[in-house]
Design a protein around this ligand. Structure first.
Ligand code: F6P
Length: 506
């Protein structure tokens, strides 16, 4: 039975922490602050899986969340150097914004973090042509990425010195170096880093300049525990430490000995806030979108995808597979529709602008070739509208999640959690979600267009009893885990390791 609205019993994090304070550090914070026409500061929920998960965590642990100031309003808020209680109407945790000068931020985010590290970690370089590291890249590394990591580290160390034995939880690829700089400023906090994206194999990692990859690995090894989405990605990290850094690995304990310290490498598959997602999925706004969607697509089978318009999401190969499906099975014309609900992302980066143009051109071509007067094969939406996406996820027959590589991919979990149609998940074998959802989805090689088209056909023609069984399994699996359990396992390991060290006098 669909467990509509049922909430997971939240693990008792306060008891586990026993008053230990938590500091979260991430590039993007929980909200975007802007000034409205009346001159008042307003806030809008930040996007992405990291923000969703860390919001639940911050509320449950009453954390201090340090993130970069991104808008002018945020920069002026950061200059005041105070903690901002958040959410404003019912403060549950504190936000501290870090003012990173625009030129540093631009190099750190638009030259290094996204075009370089994101591309390495998702294996999306076209190696015959890119990347080429120039003076500009090396400058952006030193004056952008290193400089920004130092500023985050200073802010974290400053907050940490006000607290007793805090736990600092660094998030993602923007902050690979921060632990090392925090350690130079204070030895007190427990340092934990979680990588939300894949970790590549050593050969691919070695594309990075020698100095860069060494600094990244050494930066990571300044933590006490490093966490990854899957055992496979954690294994890749261990291999990189061994072969690129010459560090000593204990494969049984899954730890690295580095500069007389033992760093533990652990796996924590991230999940969604199941209860909250259900609440949102039943809100009036979502219901309004749902009514519209059902009216516009009556009697239509729906293939849905919702993603940031990111090259790693493999959006174009998804359309190519649909093109094959329509060519091979023209009886689907007029009876099926592909809703691609995409969010524009990182538009300041050339590769992303180009990818967006390619998406639009592919959709236009397919719609022109297969469309008819009263039927458009693909509906493309390029707008950040989370609520419309949730409304659509409730009604897919087929959910396409075919990334080239992905840390986890939370859409693969959000979809089955809210879908009311016993819809089928088509899942890339390179998404972190595979280990949890692989048994109940249809698994595809994301590069294989034939296989993806066949998976679409199979999903659209699958008998109802099989759909129901698969959808129920997916729902149950997603419901078992949630973002609080995800953090619970991390905090349990942190607290456990601290106790062990205390007993051993380390
Ligand atoms: O982990 C990857 C991530 O940080 C996710 O939270 C989110 O999907 C995306 O990257 C957000 O990217 P950006 O902050 O650059 O918009």
């Amino acid at each position: 039975m669909h467990s509509k609205g049922r909430r997971q019993k939240a693990p008792n994090l306060t008891k586990l922490l026993d008053n230990k304070p938590v500091i979260i550090v991430s590039n993007r914070g929980p909200a975007e602050f802007r000034r409205n026409e009346a001159g008042n500061i307003t806030s809008k929920r930040g996007g992405g899986g990291l923000v969703t998960a860390m919001t639940a965590v911050s509320e449950a642990t009453h954390a201090t969340w340090i993130s970069a100031a991104m808008t002018d309003v945020e920069r002026s808020m950061a200059k005041k150097d105070n903690l901002i209680g958040f959410p404003e109407n019912n403060p549950l945790y504190n936000v501290r914004l870090v003012d990173i000068p625009k030129d540093i931020y631009n190099r750190y985010y638009n030259t290094i973090s996204n075009p370089l590290l994101w591309f390495i970690h998702h294996y999306i370089w076209d190696l015959c042509n890119t990347p080429s590291f120039t003076e500009e890249t090396h400058k952006a590394w030193g004056e952008g990425y290193v400089a920004a990591n130092k500023l985050f580290a200073e802010a974290a160390a400053r907050e940490s010195l006000k607290l007793k034995n805090p736990i600092i939880m660094l998030q993602d690829y923007h902050l690979f170096l921060a632990a090392r700089y925090i350690r130079e400023l204070t030895s007190e906090p427990f340092l934990f880093h979680f990588t939300h994206i894949p970790w590549p194999e050593p050969d691919y990692m070695s594309i990075l300049p020698f100095k860069v990859r060494h600094q990244i690995l050494k930066g990571m090894l300044a933590n006490d525990i490093v966490g990854f989405q899957s055992r496979h990605y954690a294994g890749n990290f261990l291999l990189c430490c061994e072969s690129l850094l010459g560090a000593q690995i204990n494969w049984r304990k899954r730890s690295v000995m580095w500069q007389e310290r033992e760093v533990f490498v652990r796996t924590y598959p991230i999940s969604i806030d199941y209860g909250n997602l259900h609440k949102i999925s039943e809100s009036d706004e979502v219901l309004k979108y749902e009514t519209k969607l059902l009216k516009e697509n009556a009697d239509m089978s729906l293939i849905i995808r919702t993603d940031r318009s990111d090259p790693s999401k493999n959006i174009i190969r998804g359309f190519m597979a649909y093109d094959v499906l329509l060519s091979r099975h023209p009886n689907f014309k007029g009876k099926v529709k592909f809703l691609a609900l995409l969010y524009p992302t990182r538009e300041g980066i050339m590769e992303y602008k180009k990818y967006r143009r390619e998406i639009e051109a592919t959709v236009k071509d397919i719609n022109e070739r297969h469309g008819a007067e009263n039927w458009q094969p693909i509906y493309l939406r390029m707008k950040d509208d989370y609520l419309e996406s949730i409304a659509a996820l409730k009604h897919y027959d087929v959910l396409l999640v075919n990334p080239i590589f992905d840390g986890m991919n939370l859409v693969a979990k959000e979809g089955p959690a809210v879908n009311k149609n016993d819809g089928i998940l088509i899942l890339s074998e390179n998404a972190g979600a595979l280990s949890e959802l692989g048994n109940s989805g249809i698994i595809v090689n994301p590069f294989d267009i034939e296989e993806t088209a066949a998976a679409m056909y199979r999903a659209l023609t699958m008998p109802m009893y099989e759909r129901k069984a698969r959808a129920a399994n997916l729902r149950e699996t997603v419901e078992q885990n949630n973002s609080l359990k995800w953090i619970h396992y991390q905090l349990k390991d942190i607290v456990g390791l601290e106790k062990k060290r205390m007993l051993e006098g380390v």
